[in-house]
Structures are given as structure tokens and as C-alpha cells.
Ligand binder design. Structure first.
Ligand code: ADP
Length: 606
């Protein structure tokens, strides 16, 4: 079955198939997207925990560092008591800074001015600067640990500021500040598989695995807020553009699908645009948030591939089902066609049987009619046959009366005896006629060929004698027994012999040779005359009904046609030919009796 014929046959089903394939595709897409997102969320949560832990560890490392400075006598002496040991403290802070690997360490007095700093001997030293505006100062003055991510004013270096109050006799006399770099951590993040960012309490990205994202904001900043931040100098007049994230859909508590617009200046980071699953966790008391951005595109690709596969598979299954259905339909149609054919065949057989029965009945009637016609033909001879004995009877009976009157009883008795035997002879003739005229059973029984020939000759006896025909019969009684109906075989023989008599009627020599023999399982009977034989044009039409060369009152042209039909009915054959010795020979073959089963069946009733 070609696709074209499928389209023809299932024209309306195809759009349905496409709709099903599409629905399946969309369904599988949604499921896979959701499964993929759930998986992404799981791995995202793990990453978030991992990164948060490492960031916390980094920050915690320095948590108590500023407070320990308050334990140093020189520090307190300088800040609280104004001892002239700035130099000593400066060197101490410098050494400490080097050992701890921090960016800088410095001390502020109560007014917020830098009194000592690790970078005391550098040109960009903080010494003497007023940092009272920094939140880590004000926080520490309020006895709270100060925490701030900011960009240094002098060197523009970003860093994490940790501060602690310096106490003397229970009073806050100054503030110790340590600035640490988180760059190392940031660098290690550069190799992570998914982007990760840290935002501070202002929503400004302060750490990012993608360098260009640093000092952008998650949300566009309101003007008032922007002005406040500019005033605080926390980000050292950085422009703080928006990262370009838009929230799309929330997933659970701390996960949200976001869209990241491609950056205006298309550089290497442009590949980091598109859809991401953003998962955020707060970073302890810092007010910061850590966000992991897992790209959704991978899941989308897998989900789309699976959806396409599912759609194709469902379409394929659909087509296979359609084909199977078509095949089933086809088989069903074939079965129905076969049943219809069988019914038509049965009906035809029934009709043939019916017609055969009708035909056979008509045929039987015809055979019988032909037989009566034959009787008509032979009756002229028979009338003569009967007239002679009747005349003899008349004379004998008249004489018998005369002899009785004379008293010649012996002669009268003799006459009466002769009358008796003549009447017996007449009885034989009428019996023969009666038996020939009766309707046949049509069933096959063993028939002695010699007997059938004798009976036929008897009926034609008058004609034979009148024409002075020399008849030779070359078969003995019991020598050849055919399976046939006796009456029908006699009818065939009467026809053939009568034809032979017609043929030799005006010939100078008139002989008729009748032969009968058995050849294997067949009985062969020959009727051979020395008439003119069968010319070509006669041979061609010999067995056709109503074919005759005789005058209208002598032949109907049915004799051979009916004889042939009778012989065929009993499984035999009838042929006519010219005999090599001259004249015509008609040969009848019939199954021999006593050979086993008859090779035909008959339902004829006549
Ligand atoms: P009918 O005897 O009524 O003509 P048949 O069917 O018996 O019809 O014979 C058909 C024709 O066959 C005859 O008219 C005759 O011409 C030819 N025929 C039959 N038997 C012989 C025969 N023994 N010799 C010559 N011709 C014959």
C-alpha cells in the first residue's frame, strides 16, 4: 500500500493523526521540561550549598580578625590614649597585613579618621582620611560588627570590609578595620559549570563568575537609591547598569526561571544569554545573596528532541495501526467476497441441477417420442406380419368348421392346434412391441448384447425378410455383457439397423454384419452394412438433431442424435465411419458389466 493510496483512503484521518502526534509531542515536551527543571533544581541546590559554604568559609576566616586588634596594647594606647606610637603601630599593622594576606588593615579614631594603616608608607596611604561616612565605621561605633563590600576610594580596589569597635574601659575609642579580597574565590568560580553571582543588600552584583556581570544590578535601581549609593561612595562612582534579568516563572520557594537579555556590546559573554533557572540563598548575617544560574537551554534541547521523537513515534504507531486496520478490512472484504462467491456458486449449482433435471425429463420424453416414432416406422412391416397370421387364422378356423361338420374331427383338431401356435406367434410379436414401447428405467444393469441384437432384429424382421438382407451376427449369448438399460440398448440397435436397412435398400447386394466383443473394460458393438457409406458432408452433421438426408415421411433426423445421447448417458460412445471394406460402420462402446463400479450415475426416471 502506497502513501498516496493511504492519503486517498484516509484523507480525513491524516490530519487527526497529525493532531494526535502534535498533542503527544507537546505533552512529552511539557513533562520533559518539568522533569528537566526538577533535575536542574536539584543540582542547582547542591551547587548553591557548595558555593555558599566556600564563600562563608572565606568570610568567616576573617570574622574575628578586627576584634583581635582591640587586644593589642599598642593599638589601644594609640587610639584611646593618644600615645605617640603611630610608627610602631603602623609597622605592626603592615606586618600583620602581610602575614594574614589581607588587602589592608587600619585603625579609625572616634571621629572616623584613619590614625594608623598597614599601607602607611605607600603614596595612596589612608592615613588622615576621614572614613566616618562608611557604614562599617558607624556600625562599629554602635558596637556592632561592621560588614561592607565596597570599592576603595583611594585605589578603586573592591574588597570586603570587616570592622570591630576598639574598647577602652568599656568605651568605644575607635574602630579597627580589615579589608579582605574575595578575588581568589571569584577566580575559582570562573571555572564553574554554571554562572554564579553574589549580590549585596543593595542588589548589586559584587562577586560573579562572569567578570562582566560585576557591579551590575539585578533590578534597575530607582533614582533615589542610585543617588544614595553615589553619595555613600560604596561603589566608587561605578555606573551600576542593570544585568538585564527578567523574571519569567517561579519554581518552588527559592527558584525562578529568568531570562537574560544578550548584552548590548556583543562580546564573548553573549553566549550567556537566554533562559536560566535562578536559585538564591541568603548568606548568613552579611545581607548578601548567593545566586546560581543554571542554563535551561540544555533541558530544552533534550525535551524538544524527546518530544519530536515521541511525536514521530506516535505518528508511526498511528500509521502502523491504520495499515493493520486496512489489512484487517481488506481480509474482511476478501472473506465477504469469497462468501458471496460461494453463495453465487451454490445458487448456480442449484440452478444447474434444476435445469439438468428439467432437461433430463425433456430428454427422456424425447427419447420416448423417438421410440414411438420408430414403432410407427416399423408398424407397417408389423401390420403385414400380423395380417398374414390373421388370414391364416381365418382360413384355418373356416376349415375347422367345415371339418367338424363333416365329422373329420382329426383334421379339425389339427387345424385348431395350428391356430393355437399362430396365436402364440402373434402374442410374441405384441409382447415384443409392448416391451419396446414401455418407458425405460434408465438405470444401468448387465445387458446381454446378443439378446439386445436379437430383439432389435425381431422388431425389424419383416423389413429384413422383405429386403432379403443377409444378416450375420458375430457374438454369442453371454459373450458380451454391457452395463446399460436393455430397453435403451435395443432402441439404439433398432435405430442403427433401421438406418443400415435404409442405406442398403436399393443396393444389389444387401448384407448386414453385427459384431459384439469385449475389449478390456469396454463392450464394442459394430453395425456394418454394405450401403453407399457416409459422404463427408453427412459425416460432419451425423449426430446433429434433425439432420437427415431422407424424405420427410421416412426420417426425422433424430435417430443418431438420440442414440448418441443414450450411449453417452451410460458412459459410452457412438461413432460412425466408412468401413475399409465398403459401406458404413457404426460403433457403440459401453462399459462392460462385472468390472466394478459404474463410471457414471443417473437419476433418470424413464
Ligand atoms: P434419419 O434416419 O431420420 O435420417 P438419423 O439421425 O438416424 O436420422 O440419420 C441421419 C442421417 O445419417 C441419415 O439421414 C443418413 O443420411 C445418414 N445415415 C445414417 N446411417 C447411415 C448408414 N448406415 N449409411 C449411410 N448413411 C447413413
Amino acid at each position: 500500500m502506497s502513501i498516496a493510496s493511504l492519503v486517498r483512503k484516509y484523507g480525513l484521518l491524516l490530519p487527526g493523526l497529525l493532531a494526535v502526534a502534535l498533542t503527544v509531542g507537546v505533552f512529552v515536551l511539557r513533562i520533559n521540561e518539568n522533569l528537566g527543571l526538577a533535575e536542574l533544581q536539584r543540582t542547582g541546590t547542591q551547587r548553591l550549598e557548595l558555593y555558599a559554604t566556600s564563600l562563608n568559609r572565606q568570610i568567616d576566616k576573617y570574622a574575628y580578625f578586627p576584634a583581635t586588634l582591640g587586644l593589642e596594647r599598642d593599638v589601644i594606647d594609640l587610639v584611646a590614649h593618644g600615645k605617640p606610637i603611630t610608627d610602631t603601630v603602623n609597622r605592626y599593622l603592615e606586618q600583620l597585613n602581610q602575614r594574614a594576606g589581607t588587602l589592608s588593615i587600619y585603625l579609625l579614631d572616634r571621629r572616623g579618621q584613619v590614625t594608623a594603616a598597614s599601607n602607611w608608607n605607600r603614596p595612596d596611604s589612608f592615613i588622615g582620611e576621614d572614613l566616618s561616612y562608611r557604614s562599617y565605621f558607624t556600625d562599629a561605633m554602635r558596637r556592632r560588627p561592621g560588614r561592607l563590600f565596597g570599592i576603595g576610594i583611594t585605589r578603586g580596589e573592591p574588597g570586603y570590609y570587616l570592622s570591630s569597635p576598639l574598647l577602652a574601659d568599656g568605651e568605644v575609642e575607635g574602630v579597627a578595620v580589615v579589608k579582605v579580597s574575595l578575588e581568589q574565590l571569584e577566580q575559582s568560580w570562573a571555572t564553574v559549570e554554571v554562572p554564579v553571582i553574589v549580590t549585596d543588600q543593595n542588589g548589586v552584583v559584587i562577586l560573579a563568575s562572569v567578570p562582566s556581570w560585576k557591579f551590575t544590578t539585578l533590578r534597575p535601581l530607582p533614582d533615589a537609591e542610585r543617588r544614595r549609593l553615589e553619595r555613600s561612595l560604596q561603589y566608587n562612582a561605578r555606573p551600576l547598569p542593570s544585568l538585564g534579568l527578567t523574571r519569567e516563572q517561579a519554581f518552588g520557594e527559592n527558584a525562578v526561571r529568568v531570562r537574560l537579555a544578550p548584552p548590548a556590546d556583543v562580546d564573548g559573554s553573549s553566549k550567556l544569554s537566554g533562559n536560566f533557572l535562578a536559585q538564591t540563598a541568603p548568606m548568613g548575617d552579611t545581607g548578601w545573596s548567593l545566586t546560581v544560574l543554571s542554563p535551561v537551554s540544555g533541558i530544552n534541547a533534550i525535551a524538544w528532541t524527546r518530544a519530536a521523537l515521541a511525536a514521530v513515534a506516535s505518528a508511526f504507531i498511528g500509521i502502523v495501526l491504520m495499515l493493520l486496520n486496512q489489512r484487517r478490512q481488506h481480509l474482511h472484504d476478501r472473506l465477504r467476497a469469497r462468501e458471496a462467491l460461494q453463495r453465487a456458486h451454490d445458487e448456480l449449482e442449484r440452478k444447474v441441477d434444476e435445469r439438468t433435471r428439467t432437461l433430463r425429463a425433456a430428454q427422456d420424453e424425447l427419447v420416448h417420442a423417438a421410440k414411438l416414432a420408430t414403432i410407427g416406422q416399423i408398424s407397417a412391416g408389423l401390420a403385414h406380419e400380423i395380417n398374414q397370421p390373421l388370414a391364416a387364422l381365418r382360413t384355418l378356423s373356416g376349415n375347422a368348421i367345415k371339418f367338424l361338420r363333416r365329422g373329420d374331427l382329426a383334421t379339425a383338431e389339427d387345424n385348431l392346434d395350428r391356430i393355437g401356435s399362430i396365436v402364440d406367434g402373434l402374442g410374441t410379436v405384441t409382447n415384443q412391441l409392448k416391451s419396446f414401447a414401455r418407458k425405460s428405467s434408465g438405470t444401468a444393469d448387465p445387458v446381454d448384447v446378443r439378446r439386445a441384437l436379437d430383439n432389435a432384429l425381431f422388431l425389424l424382421d419383416q423389413r429384413l425378410r422383405h429386403a432379403n438382407v443377409a444378416v450375420s451376427i458375430e457374438v454369442e449369448a453371454g459373450q458380451a455383457t454391457a452395463l446399460c438399460d436393455a430397453n435403451r440398448l435395443e432402441q439404439v440397435m433398432v435405430n442403427l439397423i433401421a438406418n443400415a436397412l435404409d442405406a442398403i435398400d436399393n443396393r444389389p447386394s444387401r448384407t448386414l454384419r453385427l459384431r459384439g466383443r469385449r475389449e478390456h473394460a469396454r463392450i464394442v458393438i459394430e453395425v456394418h452394412d454394405d450401403g453407399p457409406g457416409l459422404p463427408e458432408h453427412v459425416r460432419e452433421h451425423l449426430f446433429e438433431p434433425f439432420f437427415t438426408t431422407k424424405e420427410s415421411n421416412r426420417g426425422l433426423g433424430l435417430g443418431l442424435a438420440i442414440s448418441s445421447e443414450i450411449v453417452h448417458h451410460f458412459g459410452g460412445t457412438l461413432t460412425g465411419a466408412n468401413h475399409p471394406e465398403g459401406g458404413a460402420v457404426f460403433v457403440v462402446t459401453l462399459p462392460a458389466a462385472g468390472i466394478g463400479e459404474t463410471p457414471w450415475t443417473t437419476t433418470s426416471r424413464s
